[in-house]
Design a protein around this ligand. Sequence first.
Ligand code: GLP
Length: 220
Amino acid sequence: MISIQWLKDYQTLSSNAADLVSDLICSSKNLNLGCPTGNTPIGMYQKLVNRDLDWHKVTTYNLDEYHDLDQAHPGSYRQYMNQHLHKHANVNGSYFPTKSYDVDIANAGGLGLTILGLGHNGHVAFNEPGSEINSLTRIVKLNDETIRRNSESWNYTTLFPTHAVTMGMKTILASKVILLLVAGQSKLEVLKKSIWGPVTGDCPASYLQTHSNVTVFYCE
Ligand code: GLP
């Protein structure tokens, strides 16, 4: 079941998201947290790191990473996470997709909360259109629209990556709770398609309709 909250602005979206994450950290003994990158969650991370939370309870599992990109590269998702969360929060452990990711996550008890962003083409993590509902962690070719949009903020001499490694839909959908963060009018159409349209690989975010506990926060 998907419940959606239409929020008045980005500040509200960020603080509501930080509240949901904080509440879960406080009420859990340990929390395996699926973490997104992109512009949308930055405000949430900023609010979270300014709160007094017991980060030792939290293990982060990132959703995706560019393939064949040095982890020290400033455009990598590792560096993004370092900048926005890990250098401020002493988490129990922080992981990025590997070959054994799905098994490792399952062995760790699965994800308690997974936070997602939404791509303009309906992707979640880097599960691009055409991804299957039971897909696992894998290397994917980024589609042209994703490359065009994500490379707009790529201010480096290194060529923009053509591939990424992403957590698959199966592990995302096995998360106990899912929070989808969507900011910007330009994503409203794809959001409506995702939550009310047919469940189809053409729009991988529509697979969230099959999950029992999804919250969506949207602001213009
Ligand atoms: C990237 C990431 C996604 C993210 C999406 C939306 O492609 N791989 O995980 O959710 O972009 O990003 P933004 O929030 O910047 O629109």
